[in-house]
Design a protein around this ligand. Sequence first.
Ligand SMILES: [Ca+2]
Ligand SMILES: [Ca+2]
Ligand SMILES: [Ca+2]
Length: 368
Amino acid sequence: MTKVGKITLTFLVILIILIMAAFAILLVFQGKALPFLNRIVTVPFVELSPNKVIKAMQKQMMFSKTAHYQINSDYQSLSPERPVGVQTQAVFDGGWQDGITGHLIMNNEITLQNLSYLANLEIRSTEEKSYFRVTEIPAIPFVDLEKIRNKWYVYTSKISSEDFNQFFLKIQTLLLNNNLFTVVERLPDKIINGSRTYHYTVKIDKEVVQKVLEALPENFNEQNNNLLEQLDKKFWEVWIGKKDRHLYKLTGELKNKNAQISFEVGVSQFNKVVTIEEPSESYSMIEFSLDLFGNTNFLELPLFGYSVGIDTKDLIEDADEDGLYTIWENVFKTDPDNPDTDGDGYLDGEEIRNGYNPKGKGKLFNIE
Ligand SMILES: [Ca+2]
Ligand SMILES: [Ca+2]
Ligand SMILES: [Ca+2]
């Protein structure tokens, strides 16, 4: 070999070693912030682009049979006349293929002015039936809700499994074709539950959310639009498993001029078998409506709101004198100016207190 050839070869070997060393360093630091550059190292051959990661995550979540969800949220009303706050801690084990099946425990702390109340709920849903019980309920003036505490009630869902499957299919198609999030910034990887995760700041795509809401069954849809107003102005954060592309954590905030909700969702234990224990004794929804409206003063609840300074004045009038405040006429969708909405000779208030439907034939809850 000539002298020039030897020098060239040595040079090439050194160059290859340097490139390999640089690549090794990049791999070691992959997803971490390099201390001297203060930048996150991305090795394009080794990983998907953030948008592909988001897409893969959505797909993974759609095909996950079950997961364990831990949700903390904090709702604050921003209106000075209605100073309500609700802090919620919820745990859900289950999934939503072939209907929602799982076990939910939800603990709420409600703050009104400077009083606070606990309202805790447990729901167990199998494919055919849902059971719920109230485990903690506020003891408040005017209202006696003791009757329903710790009693299991059962109902079969009004939404047929066919309707639900159609809805699920719509959402699935939507999320397989559209990214719910656009990545704004990549942050250093984090270990969550022993798994390494991508960590992004994201912007939520309002149009996709809008489409999801449109796919919801009609009665779910009504009140959701109002918090969407400022959705695209807020950044959320997501953590996505690098190996399995599951969503491990999501934090964010929704806000409009009336209210603000901040939340944190932790997801783990994907595709585990969830067994739902059905309560040994449960009562019908007719029993529930009688316990709630029959012998208690639940329908007087707005008076309590009024007494602690929440402006329900317009809502606690009973213009048509049918024994039902306007606020409840709004809830039951009866006519506040007609004492007998369905014209069957029984007053709206009378029907509800006795567990009957004020808008037609049959019982108040026809989800039996
Ligand atoms: Ca009325
Ligand atoms: Ca009425
Ligand atoms: Ca009637």
